[in-house]
Design a protein around this ligand. Structure first.
Ligand code: 13P
Length: 241
Protein backbone atom coordinates (compact mmCIF):
# COMPACT_ATOMS: atom_id res chain seq x y z
CA UNK A 1 0.00 0.00 0.00
CA UNK A 2 1.30 3.45 -0.91
CA UNK A 3 1.51 6.19 1.75
CA UNK A 4 -0.23 9.53 1.33
CA UNK A 5 0.98 12.15 3.80
CA UNK A 6 -0.71 15.56 3.98
CA UNK A 7 1.42 18.47 5.18
CA UNK A 8 -1.08 21.24 5.85
CA UNK A 9 1.73 23.68 6.73
CA UNK A 10 0.42 26.97 8.22
CA UNK A 11 -3.00 26.56 6.63
CA UNK A 12 -6.57 25.79 7.70
CA UNK A 13 -8.54 26.82 10.78
CA UNK A 14 -10.16 24.52 13.29
CA UNK A 15 -13.42 24.25 11.37
CA UNK A 16 -11.92 23.54 7.95
CA UNK A 17 -9.38 21.10 9.40
CA UNK A 18 -12.12 19.22 11.24
CA UNK A 19 -14.28 19.02 8.13
CA UNK A 20 -11.41 17.67 6.07
CA UNK A 21 -10.35 15.16 8.72
CA UNK A 22 -13.92 13.97 9.30
CA UNK A 23 -14.51 13.35 5.60
CA UNK A 24 -11.27 11.38 5.32
CA UNK A 25 -12.30 9.32 8.34
CA UNK A 26 -15.78 8.70 6.96
CA UNK A 27 -14.17 7.36 3.76
CA UNK A 28 -12.04 4.93 5.76
CA UNK A 29 -8.82 6.48 4.43
CA UNK A 30 -5.42 5.84 6.00
CA UNK A 31 -3.47 9.01 5.26
CA UNK A 32 -0.93 10.66 7.55
CA UNK A 33 -2.07 14.17 8.55
CA UNK A 34 0.31 16.96 9.62
CA UNK A 35 -1.75 19.94 10.88
CA UNK A 36 -0.17 22.95 12.57
CA UNK A 37 0.33 22.77 16.35
CA UNK A 38 -2.91 24.41 17.60
CA UNK A 39 -5.05 22.10 15.46
CA UNK A 40 -3.48 18.86 16.74
CA UNK A 41 -5.79 18.07 19.69
CA UNK A 42 -8.97 18.77 17.71
CA UNK A 43 -7.83 16.70 14.73
CA UNK A 44 -6.68 13.92 17.08
CA UNK A 45 -10.18 13.76 18.50
CA UNK A 46 -11.80 13.88 15.06
CA UNK A 47 -9.78 10.94 13.70
CA UNK A 48 -9.86 8.75 16.82
CA UNK A 49 -10.66 5.16 15.94
CA UNK A 50 -9.77 5.60 12.26
CA UNK A 51 -6.80 4.46 10.19
CA UNK A 52 -5.60 8.05 9.84
CA UNK A 53 -2.39 8.95 11.66
CA UNK A 54 -1.54 12.30 13.21
CA UNK A 55 1.82 14.04 13.00
CA UNK A 56 3.40 17.40 13.82
CA UNK A 57 5.39 19.54 11.39
CA UNK A 58 8.30 20.21 13.73
CA UNK A 59 9.61 19.39 17.20
CA UNK A 60 11.89 21.03 19.74
CA UNK A 61 15.32 19.48 20.30
CA UNK A 62 14.83 20.11 24.03
CA UNK A 63 12.98 17.95 26.51
CA UNK A 64 11.23 20.61 28.63
CA UNK A 65 11.90 24.05 29.96
CA UNK A 66 12.28 27.71 29.11
CA UNK A 67 12.11 27.58 25.31
CA UNK A 68 9.48 30.13 24.36
CA UNK A 69 7.52 29.21 21.26
CA UNK A 70 8.87 25.67 21.01
CA UNK A 71 6.84 22.48 21.38
CA UNK A 72 8.38 19.36 22.88
CA UNK A 73 8.18 15.81 21.60
CA UNK A 74 6.45 14.78 24.83
CA UNK A 75 3.79 17.44 24.34
CA UNK A 76 3.23 16.24 20.77
CA UNK A 77 2.82 12.66 21.92
CA UNK A 78 0.40 13.92 24.59
CA UNK A 79 -1.60 15.75 21.93
CA UNK A 80 -2.12 12.51 20.05
CA UNK A 81 0.76 12.57 17.56
CA UNK A 82 2.48 9.39 16.52
CA UNK A 83 4.56 11.05 13.78
CA UNK A 84 6.68 14.14 13.26
CA UNK A 85 8.36 15.79 10.28
CA UNK A 86 12.04 16.59 10.75
CA UNK A 87 14.19 18.48 8.27
CA UNK A 88 11.46 19.88 6.02
CA UNK A 89 13.02 22.28 3.53
CA UNK A 90 10.93 25.14 4.88
CA UNK A 91 12.72 24.56 8.21
CA UNK A 92 16.13 23.97 6.63
CA UNK A 93 15.97 27.01 4.35
CA UNK A 94 13.45 29.29 6.10
CA UNK A 95 14.93 28.79 9.58
CA UNK A 96 18.50 27.75 8.90
CA UNK A 97 18.12 24.27 10.40
CA UNK A 98 21.18 22.14 9.76
CA UNK A 99 22.69 18.81 10.70
CA UNK A 100 23.50 19.34 14.43
CA UNK A 101 20.07 20.72 15.28
CA UNK A 102 18.25 18.18 13.11
CA UNK A 103 20.14 15.36 14.80
CA UNK A 104 19.02 16.58 18.23
CA UNK A 105 15.43 16.81 17.01
CA UNK A 106 15.59 13.28 15.62
CA UNK A 107 16.91 11.95 18.92
CA UNK A 108 14.32 13.79 21.03
CA UNK A 109 11.45 12.61 18.83
CA UNK A 110 12.68 9.01 18.96
CA UNK A 111 13.13 9.20 22.74
CA UNK A 112 9.46 10.13 23.13
CA UNK A 113 8.29 7.35 20.82
CA UNK A 114 7.40 9.58 17.88
CA UNK A 115 7.98 8.03 14.46
CA UNK A 116 9.85 10.31 12.11
CA UNK A 117 9.37 11.43 8.53
CA UNK A 118 12.83 12.76 7.69
CA UNK A 119 12.92 15.17 4.73
CA UNK A 120 15.74 15.83 2.27
CA UNK A 121 15.98 17.77 -0.99
CA UNK A 122 18.26 19.90 -3.11
CA UNK A 123 17.82 23.50 -4.24
CA UNK A 124 17.57 24.49 -7.89
CA UNK A 125 21.16 25.79 -7.88
CA UNK A 126 22.37 22.50 -6.43
CA UNK A 127 20.50 20.51 -9.07
CA UNK A 128 21.80 22.71 -11.86
CA UNK A 129 25.32 22.17 -10.54
CA UNK A 130 24.78 18.40 -10.80
CA UNK A 131 24.83 18.01 -7.00
CA UNK A 132 21.31 16.68 -6.31
CA UNK A 133 22.50 13.21 -5.37
CA UNK A 134 25.43 14.48 -3.29
CA UNK A 135 23.30 16.97 -1.35
CA UNK A 136 20.48 14.55 -0.60
CA UNK A 137 23.05 11.89 0.33
CA UNK A 138 24.73 14.30 2.76
CA UNK A 139 21.37 15.25 4.29
CA UNK A 140 20.57 11.57 4.73
CA UNK A 141 23.96 11.19 6.42
CA UNK A 142 22.52 12.80 9.57
CA UNK A 143 20.78 9.46 10.18
CA UNK A 144 24.18 7.77 10.53
CA UNK A 145 24.49 9.36 13.97
CA UNK A 146 21.39 7.60 15.25
CA UNK A 147 21.73 4.40 17.18
CA UNK A 148 19.90 1.26 16.14
CA UNK A 149 16.78 1.87 18.24
CA UNK A 150 16.55 5.46 16.98
CA UNK A 151 16.93 4.32 13.36
CA UNK A 152 13.94 2.04 13.92
CA UNK A 153 11.85 5.19 14.54
CA UNK A 154 12.28 6.44 10.96
CA UNK A 155 8.79 5.90 9.50
CA UNK A 156 9.72 7.32 6.09
CA UNK A 157 12.22 9.47 4.26
CA UNK A 158 10.72 12.16 2.03
CA UNK A 159 12.57 13.45 -1.01
CA UNK A 160 11.31 16.97 -1.62
CA UNK A 161 13.34 18.96 -4.16
CA UNK A 162 13.18 22.57 -2.98
CA UNK A 163 12.57 23.82 -6.54
CA UNK A 164 9.42 21.69 -6.77
CA UNK A 165 7.79 22.74 -3.51
CA UNK A 166 4.82 25.02 -4.01
CA UNK A 167 6.01 25.93 -7.50
CA UNK A 168 3.69 23.77 -9.58
CA UNK A 169 6.79 22.24 -11.13
CA UNK A 170 7.08 18.64 -9.92
CA UNK A 171 10.14 16.48 -10.43
CA UNK A 172 9.55 14.15 -13.33
CA UNK A 173 8.86 10.57 -12.27
CA UNK A 174 12.31 9.69 -13.69
CA UNK A 175 14.05 12.41 -11.65
CA UNK A 176 12.24 11.26 -8.51
CA UNK A 177 13.08 7.61 -9.19
CA UNK A 178 16.73 8.41 -9.81
CA UNK A 179 17.17 10.17 -6.45
CA UNK A 180 15.02 7.60 -4.64
CA UNK A 181 17.17 4.77 -5.95
CA UNK A 182 20.28 6.45 -4.49
CA UNK A 183 18.52 7.12 -1.19
CA UNK A 184 17.24 3.54 -1.07
CA UNK A 185 20.79 2.19 -1.38
CA UNK A 186 22.10 4.64 1.25
CA UNK A 187 19.29 3.69 3.65
CA UNK A 188 20.08 0.02 3.17
CA UNK A 189 23.68 0.69 4.18
CA UNK A 190 22.33 2.31 7.36
CA UNK A 191 20.13 -0.69 8.08
CA UNK A 192 16.99 1.41 7.65
CA UNK A 193 14.14 -0.11 5.67
CA UNK A 194 11.85 2.94 5.71
CA UNK A 195 9.69 3.72 2.66
CA UNK A 196 10.59 6.70 0.46
CA UNK A 197 8.04 9.42 -0.21
CA UNK A 198 8.19 12.03 -2.96
CA UNK A 199 7.00 15.58 -2.28
CA UNK A 200 6.87 18.73 -4.38
CA UNK A 201 3.82 19.85 -6.37
CA UNK A 202 2.11 16.46 -6.18
CA UNK A 203 -1.37 16.85 -7.68
CA UNK A 204 -4.17 14.49 -8.72
CA UNK A 205 -2.94 14.58 -12.32
CA UNK A 206 0.69 13.63 -11.65
CA UNK A 207 0.32 11.40 -8.57
CA UNK A 208 -0.25 8.13 -10.40
CA UNK A 209 2.86 8.36 -12.55
CA UNK A 210 5.04 9.31 -9.59
CA UNK A 211 3.55 6.56 -7.44
CA UNK A 212 4.21 3.83 -9.97
CA UNK A 213 7.97 4.36 -9.87
CA UNK A 214 9.62 1.35 -8.19
CA UNK A 215 11.23 3.32 -5.35
CA UNK A 216 8.38 5.79 -4.74
CA UNK A 217 6.41 4.29 -1.85
CA UNK A 218 4.24 7.31 -1.26
CA UNK A 219 3.81 11.05 -1.50
CA UNK A 220 4.07 14.02 0.86
CA UNK A 221 1.54 16.56 -0.34
CA UNK A 222 1.32 20.24 0.54
CA UNK A 223 -1.09 22.50 -1.37
CA UNK A 224 -3.16 19.71 -2.92
CA UNK A 225 -3.80 18.19 0.52
CA UNK A 226 -5.86 21.16 1.71
CA UNK A 227 -8.83 20.31 -0.46
CA UNK A 228 -10.82 17.13 0.15
CA UNK A 229 -11.42 16.34 -3.53
CA UNK A 230 -7.79 16.63 -4.54
CA UNK A 231 -6.44 14.76 -1.52
CA UNK A 232 -9.00 12.00 -2.05
CA UNK A 233 -8.03 11.78 -5.75
CA UNK A 234 -4.33 11.45 -4.82
CA UNK A 235 -5.19 8.82 -2.23
CA UNK A 236 -7.23 6.91 -4.81
CA UNK A 237 -4.24 7.00 -7.16
CA UNK A 238 -2.06 5.68 -4.33
CA UNK A 239 -4.44 2.79 -3.66
CA UNK A 240 -4.44 1.84 -7.35
CA UNK A 241 -0.69 2.23 -7.88
P1 13P B 1 3.50 21.32 -2.30
O1 13P B 1 2.78 20.01 -2.53
O2 13P B 1 2.58 22.46 -2.00
O3 13P B 1 4.49 21.60 -3.39
O4 13P B 1 4.36 21.11 -0.95
C1 13P B 1 5.19 20.01 -0.83
C2 13P B 1 5.67 19.92 0.56
O5 13P B 1 6.49 20.72 0.98
C3 13P B 1 5.12 18.87 1.42
O6 13P B 1 5.84 18.76 2.60
Amino acid sequence: MRIVAANWKMNLRRQSALELASRLKADGRQCWLFPSFPLLPAVAQAIAGSGLLLGAQDVSPEEDGAFTGDVSAGQLADAGCSLVLVGHSERRHGHGERHPLLLRKLKRAAAEGLKIVYCVGETLAERQAGRAETVTGEQLGTLQKLDESERAMIAAVAYEPVWAIGTGENATPQQAQEIHAGLRAALQRLGISAPLLYGGSVKPDNARELLTQPDVAGVLVGGASLDYESLAAIDNAAMEA
